[in-house]
Design a protein around this ligand. Structure first.
Ligand code: GLA
Length: 380
């Protein structure tokens, strides 16, 4: 019996029927544009949320976890009642959305074994949602496609958990592919897997370990600001999506937008252009070109979108100085969480040592580092 199976048996008194896993994600480029209908380029990680599951013959979901001492029970006949659970609200939200969408749900025991670090900006919550949606669909005998898995999971986060996120994290968690990035058109949900031929390079993730951050409040504030930008621009041009507008157009209406809204719109439109260039660069094996776009993306998130902060900036500034590092940027929502850097394999140890030391001396505590292993999304 594997470790997860024996913990499951201890917790629930029987062996699981199935084990599924959904992935955490790193976004390579295309930050804060998914909710503007832009194209983004994340990849699924081998850091996972695994779930072991069995039907329990009741109408209750009993949930527990291996890495934290948390348990909850969710009555499937009353899924609306769990919005304030300290742990388990993502699962309840998914069940609630699935019921609304007409899926057949049955009571289950589910054990969560999550190796995506919580609060790291690597989408542990999306991995929990997608794994839950998949497990519930399978146990209830439903068919569900992987795009729908992402849509249901995002809706749970928006409607039930009150986080107004875009579709990127859930989509990558479900649809990622080993050794590929996934180019997602967030307006149409069409996608394409792009091979990641990194040759002598690897992606190094650095978690800044910032204890508290403003992610949710500032995230919603940015969403409001880009809506204002679109509303103003629509008085001059016809478009339903900020991501369809060029950065030249934004320049043209700079005065009309006003200083702050102009900078937010500038980030979104230039970031969309950087994604298009990044896809070209990766298809042409131009890693140096892609690395430059990563640095530009970080600067835009720092100066124009203002979602980085001292911790992430310190990591990227230190990375820029390292031998063998050709690109680095914050990844995810920002204000805390992780950076991703493109580093020559033979320089990785020195990179981690030097960036780690610099970070500790400026910030006062340690960052954590992982070499990213790009893996499949939902498995099982
Ligand atoms: C969070 C959200 C995503 C996306 C990123 C920023 O991870 O969940 O939808 O908006 O921030 O790119």
């Amino acid at each position: 019996m594997t470790a997860i199976e024996s913990i499951f048996k201890e917790e629930f008194g029987a062996e699981p029927e199935a084990i599924f896993s959904a992935a955490g994600r790193v976004n390579l480029i295309g930050e804060h544009i998914d909710y503007c209908g832009g194209r983004v380029l994340p990849a699924a990680l081998s850091l996972k949320c695994r779930v072991a599951v069995r039907k329990n013959g009741t109408s209750i979901l009993r949930i527990a976890a291996t890495t934290i001492d948390a348990r909850a029970e969710i009555d499937l006949t009353n899924t609306g009642a769990y919005q304030n659970l300290p742990w388990g609200n993502y699962q309840a939200g998914v069940a609630d959305e699935m019921k609304r969408a007409g899926y057949n749900l049955v009571g289950c025991d589910i054990l969560y074994d999550c190796t995506v670090p919580f609060g790291s900006g690597l989408s542990s919550s999306a991995a929990i949602e997608v794994a839950t949606a998949y497990a519930l669909a399978k146990m209830g005998g439903n068919k569900i496609d992987k795009v729908e898995l992402a849509v249901i999971s995002q809706r749970a986060e928006n409607n039930y958990c009150g986080v107004n996120c875009g579709i990127m994290d859930q989509f990558a968690s479900a649809n990622g592919k080993k050794d590929h990035a996934i180019l997602i058109d967030c307006a149409t949900l069409e996608y394409e897997h792009i091979p990641l031929n990194l040759g002598d390079f690897v992606l190094v993730l650095a978690n800044c370990n910032k204890p508290h951050n403003l992610r949710e409040s500032k995230y919603n504030e940015r969403r409001d600001e880009v809506e204002v930008a679109l509303k103003i621009l629509k008085t001059k041009i016809s478009s339903d999506n900020l991501s369809q507008i060029s950065s030249d157009t934004v320049e043209r209406y700079k005065d009309l937008l006003g200083e702050t809204i102009y900078r937010r719109a500038k980030h979104v439109t230039t970031e969309c252009e950087r994604v298009a260039k990044s896809v070209e660069a990766l298809k042409n094996n131009d890693l140096a070109g892609f690395g430059r776009l990563m640095y530009e993306s970080h600067d835009s998130l720092k100066y124009d979108y203002e979602v980085t902060g001292r911790e992430l900036d310190t990591l990227v500034e230190a990375a820029r100085l390292q031998k063998g590092c050709i690109g680095s940027r914050m990844t995810g929502a920002g204000f805390g969480g992780c950076t991703v850097s493109l580093v020559k394999k033979i320089c990785v140890n020195e990179f981690i040592e030097n960036v780690g030391q610099r970070y500790r001396s400026v910030i006062g505590y340690d960052a954590s580092f992982y070499v990213a292993d790009i893996a499949d999304g939902i498995v099982g």
